[in-house]
Structures are given as structure tokens and as C-alpha cells.
Design a protein around this ligand. Structure first.
Ligand code: RP5
Length: 167
């Protein structure tokens, strides 16, 4: 666990971890210090509120909040801090994440939650988005994002060259 995390990754339950772990992997790969924890908006509201309220003075630059069902975790964090909050809706009920998506994205004006896609791609993009925020003051992180994209571009071009050569 990082001592001075730039990004907090919070989730409503340990059942969210298999997906939210994807965000941690991306941040580690980009060299962004992060901290992961379970902070429920309804099971542990005071604990969650305290983390949100203290985040700015601890140097945190973005908070990623993943939750399923009537997902109010990201909104609860956005209510208590003015640093960017990024929401990841998770599939935890028979509604397959649509419930969490609508709950996360439909924040009233003034309390924004930058809402990503449902599930794994959302967790991954939440990490890239948080890293982009950190990159505004850390050129090494900007370089790491660029290097990752260049690697992906090279892999796509190589795959195409192989396909074209064999067709
Ligand atoms: C939400 O309820 C959590 O974020 C999780 O996605 C969902 C189910 O939680 P558990 O019952 O698995 O703990 O608060």
C-alpha cells in the first residue's frame, strides 16, 4: 500500500475487488501511487466520509469509486470532496450494472462524478483517467501513458501486417 497515494481506489464490497483490481493494475503499470480499500456508503458511511474529507490535504489527486446495485458510493465521495471523483458502475444484481450506471451518472448539478463504463473496461479507463489527472503535474506519468499507447499502436500495426501478408 502506498504511503502517499495520488489516487484512492474505493469500492463498496470485497465482492467488487475482482473488477476494481483492474484499476490498480493499470495505475501500478503507469507508476501512479494508489491505495485500495472497501468503503461502503451505507455499511460504513462515517468511515467513507472521513476518507473523502481528508483526501485533498493528504495529496490525493483523484478518487476512483466502484460500486454495484443502487450505487451511491461515488456520489457520497463527491459530496464530501472537491477533488475529481471517477465512478465505476459494477454488475452486482440481475440488472447487470445498468442500475449502478444510472445511479452513478445521474448526479445533480454541482456534485459531478466522472462516470465510466460498466465493469472491467470502466475500471481500466477510470485508472487511465485518474492517471491523466495526475499527469498534469507529473511528466513521468504523461510519458508512461504515451508509451503504453505507442506499444498498443505498434502491436495493432504488426497484427495488421501479419494479416495482410497472409491474405
Ligand atoms: C454494493 O452492493 C457493492 O458495491 C456491491 O457491488 C454490491 C453487493 O455487495 P455485497 O453484498 O456482495 O457485499 O454496495
Amino acid at each position: 500500500m502506498a504511503d502517499n497515494p495520488k489516487v484512492l481506489i474505493v469500492m463498496g464490497s470485497t465482492s467488487d475487488l475482482p473488477i476494481m483490481r483492474e484499476a490498480k493494475k493499470i495505475l501500478d503499470m503507469l507508476g501512479v501511487a494508489s491505495r485500495v480499500g472497501v468503503y461502503s456508503a451505507h455499511r460504513t458511511p462515517e468511515r467513507s466520509a472521513a476518507l473523502a474529507a481528508g483526501a485533498r490535504e493528504q495529496g490525493v489527486r483523484a478518487i476512483i469509486a466502484g460500486a454495484g446495485a443502487a450505487a451511491h458510493l461515488a456520489g457520497a465521495f463527491a459530496a464530501r470532496t472537491t477533488i475529481p471523483v471517477i465512478g465505476v458502475p459494477l454488475a452486482a444484481t440481475p440488472l447487470a450494472g445498468l442500475d449502478a450506471l444510472l445511479a452513478t451518472v445521474q448526479m445533480p448539478g454541482g456534485f459531478p462524478v466522472g462516470t465510466m463504463a460498466i465493469g472491467k473496461p470502466g475500471a481500466q479507463n477510470a485508472a487511465f483517467f485518474a492517471a491523466s489527472i495526475v499527469s498534469l503535474e507529473d511528466p513521468d506519468v504523461a510519458d508512461a501513458i504515451t508509451a503504453w499507447r505507442e506499444k498498443k499502436a505498434a502491436a495493432a500495426a504488426a497484427a495488421s501486417a501479419e494479416l495482410e501478408a497472409s491474405s
